[in-house]
Design a protein around this ligand. Structure first.
Ligand code: PRP
Length: 217
């Protein structure tokens, strides 16, 4: 990398999505060998030659790093982008990690969604759930924030329904629950810090153009 060149820093959501993203970056010649080491506990990786840094963070923190400029670019699910509501540019749909944000519950809860009654909704995504019930459905709802295994809530009587991600649908099925309403489709997105987009416009737009050519169809 030329001396005067600034690093472009990527924040990647830890896990499967980071792996898929690294696969796409590799296809456009951006590699990071040390990151492939499955056993490493290191959190930040540098490609000196190309001037890229990569770090892995919890998915929910990716929009924070990008908004605050600690990362120039982030790759994270649309679910997290919607939930976090940060100020950033969403520039590209990577068409992977595809799933749906849904209202789910036992079939018996379906009528509660149609008659405007007060309903309890458990979710890891309280902002998305609130927006959907208050602003789109105009239904009075008590939103209960959970941190995982949300499918439990209607089974043990904590809530009537849940708002959660459905991918294959098998978690719902195995727990006797069904998709009752679909909120929106989800997939992995590339987000960019607003200042970086101006200051590093050339390199970032080139990168986006290159990524466009390798997105899975
Ligand atoms: C997600 C989601 C569902 C499940 C959906 O959970 O919250 O539980 O995956 O996938 P499926 O439709 O293919 O069954 P995750 O694995 O992230 O775990 P968590 O619920 O503990 O957060």
């Amino acid at each position: 990398m030329a001396k005067e060149m600034k690093y472009i820093t990527f924040a990647l959501a830890k896990g499967r999505l980071a792996k898929q993203t690294l696969g796409l970056l590799e296809q456009i010649g951006i590699t990071c060998e040390e990151m492939k080491d499955e056993k490493t506990r290191k959190l930040i990786f540098v490609n000196e030659e190309l001037g890229f840094k990569f770090f892995l963070s919890k998915a929910t923190d990716v929009p924070t790093y990008v908004e605050m400029g600690a990362a120039d670019i982030g790759v994270v699910g649309k679910d997290t982008i919607l939930e976090e509501g940060r100020k950033l540019y969403e520039v590209l749909d990577l068409n992977c990690g595809k799933c749906r944000m849904c209202v789910a519950g036992p079939l018996s809860a379906k009528e509660l969604l149609n008659n405007g009654s007060l309903i309890r909704v458990a979710s890891k995504y309280p902002a998305i759930a609130k927006d959907y019930f208050y602003n789109k459905k105009h239904q009075t709802a008590e939103i209960i924030k959970l941190n995982g295994s949300v499918e439990l809530a209607p089974i043990v009587g904590l809530s009537e329904v849940i708002v959660d991600i459905v991918e294959t649908g098998s978690t719902l099925k195995e727990n006797g629950l069904e998709v009752l309403e679909e909120i929106c489709p989800l997939s992995a997105r590339v987000v960019v810090n607003e200042v970086s987009m101006k200051m590093q416009h050339g390199r970032i737009t080139k990168l986006i153009q290159q990524l466009k050519t390798v997105i899975p169809r």
